[in-house]
Design a protein around this ligand. Structure first.
Ligand code: NDP
Length: 445
């Protein structure tokens, strides 16, 4: 049995029925096992199994009071994957379908993403099966407070620094930080993505979406192209999608779509600044902001459809994991002319990812392209440790540089592996792995 085969069967034995985690771990193994095979130190330190295993998982119950005065119970977890490169670091997701497999895959992917940033960031991910949709503001606040009561002893600026993710933005992080201050009595950077009034970074909300577009710009630049004039399909209508759309528009691209879990918004002439401003402000109050915008401004909203049957130059999935399957990827290959850049974490199934890699399209994985969020979270941690603020202009310049560095590192590694056309998946996995592996070797055991 080869090392790859042994590792895959060990993964399957240790993580039964955890499909999302196994999908992401197996993909990474395909690229990193050859690197391990060629390095005696990595083999001697069992780096492979150590990277494929989380340090610990906290599992807890959040009991909170709803508006009727009744105590509701939710399950919650924090996966602390690795602190080899810095404090555990990664977002918090509130979603009714959240489970341990999803969180393990997200924390594992975060290890590689955070390593790629070259910042002092370990990896983690957490959240709860709490569904904030349809809940009152008071219920969301009480849930956030109860969540923090359960977790505050396990986090801190040098131990674990949670941020936001699906359904957790600066408002929820503000509620959590308020409760942290009351409990821990320490004003420090134990959370990132906080409101600016509580020490948050003024670019954090925009950072993931902006960073994705900076990555797209770098990919185009390396083909002697510019983003100006290109058409873009975006899925999702949350934090990442809307800020990616905003930056794409600012740089002269035409944004043809957004989507949510209920359908797709199509703007044949391209979304305007006014459309996006409305979605970012007023849209938050609507149950289906995309459908409301379509009705208000004469755009098209198609229920139960996705953007992926439309024609465009670039596709940017920014909704959730596995939204693009093998069949959809085949359509995408026919419909897009330049490439697919992942704003979400693992939006492609393994079959979809293989299809895109084999196609004419350029294809960048989330762990490289959506690193902008954690990069600005890293800057927020530095800012909090130094008790200072940085301006939006300073942060934006640093973010652009980091996205450009990640792009360059992935492209260089891909070239070193003998690819003519950049294989960003291979590049990102190997660059991230080497940094993690070297830190593990340096720790000894
Ligand atoms: P948000 O909660 O702000 O938005 C999520 C969006 O995706 C919503 O429009 C939601 O629609 C849509 N969506 C959710 N599930 C589905 C589905 N099954 N099919 C179609 N659409 C769906 O989340 P974010 O924008 O923060 O996160 C989006 C992705 O980006 C996630 O994969 C996240 O892990 C990743 N990411 C986020 C970062 C951040 O800084 N926030 C950093 C790096 C990665 P609806 O409202 O109908 O549910």
């Amino acid at each position: 049995m080869s090392l790859l085969e042994r590792t895959i069967s060990w993964l399957e034995e240790k993580n039964p029925n955890q499909d999302e985690f196994l999908q992401s771990a197996k993909e990474v193994c395909e690229y990193i096992v050859p690197i391990v095979n060629a390095n005696e130190d990595y083999k001697a330190h069992n780096v492979l199994q150590r990277i494929l295993t989380h340090d610990q998982i906290l599992e807890f119950t959040v009991t909170w009071e709803n508006d009727k005065g009744y105590p509701e119970v939710n399950r919650a977890w924090r996966v602390q994957h690795s602190n080899a490169l810095g404090p555990y670091k990664g977002g918090t997701r509130f979603h009714p379908q959240l489970n341990i497999s999803t969180l393990k895959f997200l924390a594992f992917e975060q290890s590689f993403k955070n390593a790629l940033t070259q910042l002092t960031l370990g990896s983690g991910k957490g959240g709860s099966d709490f569904n904030p949709k349809g809940r009152s503001e008071n219920e969301i606040r009480r849930f956030c407070n109860a969540y923090m009561q359960a977790i505050y002893k396990h986090i801190g600026p040098n131990t674990d620094v949670p941020a936001g993710d699906i359904n957790v933005g600066d408002k929820e992080l503000g509620y959590m930080f308020g409760e942290y201050l009351r409990l821990a009595k320490s004003y420090d950077g134990a959370l990132s993505g906080k409101p600016i009034a509580l020490g948050g970074s003024c670019l954090r909300a925009q950072a993931t979406g902006f960073g994705v577009i900076y990555f797209v710009q770098e990919m185009l630049k390396s083909q002697d192209k510019q983003i100006d004039g290109h058409s873009v399909l975006i899925s999702g209508a949350g934090n990442v999608a809307l800020h990616a759309a905003l930056k794409a528009l600012q740089l002269g691209a035409k944004v043809l779509s957004l989507s949510n879990s209920r359908g797709v918004l199509i703007a044949e002439e391209g979304l305007t600044q006014q459309h996006l401003d409305w979605l970012l402000e007023e849209g938050k109050k609507e149950t289906n902001s995309l459908e409301s915008l379509a009705k208000k401004d004469g755009l098209l909203y198609k229920k139960n459809e996705s953007p992926w049957s439309l024609k465009a130059d670039i596709g940017i999935p920014c909704a959730t994991q596995n939204e693009i399957n093998g069949d959809t990827a085949k359509k995408i290959v026919k419909n897009l002319s330049f490439g697919v850049v992942e704003g979400a974490n693992m939006p492609c199934t393994q079959e979809a990812s293989d299809t895109l890699l084999k196609s004419k399209l350029h294809y960048a994985p989330g762990k490289a392209a959506n690193a902008g969020g954690v990069i600005v979270s890293g800057f927020e941690m530095q800012q909090n440790a130094m008790m200072r603020y940085e301006t939006e202009a300073e942060l934006d310049k640093k973010l652009q540089q980091k996205m450009s560095d990640i792009h360059q590192a992935c492209e260089d590694e891909s070239r070193a592996q003998g690819n003519d056309k950049a294989n960003y998946v291979q590049g990102a996995n190997i660059v991230g792995f080497r940094r993690l592996a070297d830190a593990i070797v340096a720790q000894g055991y």
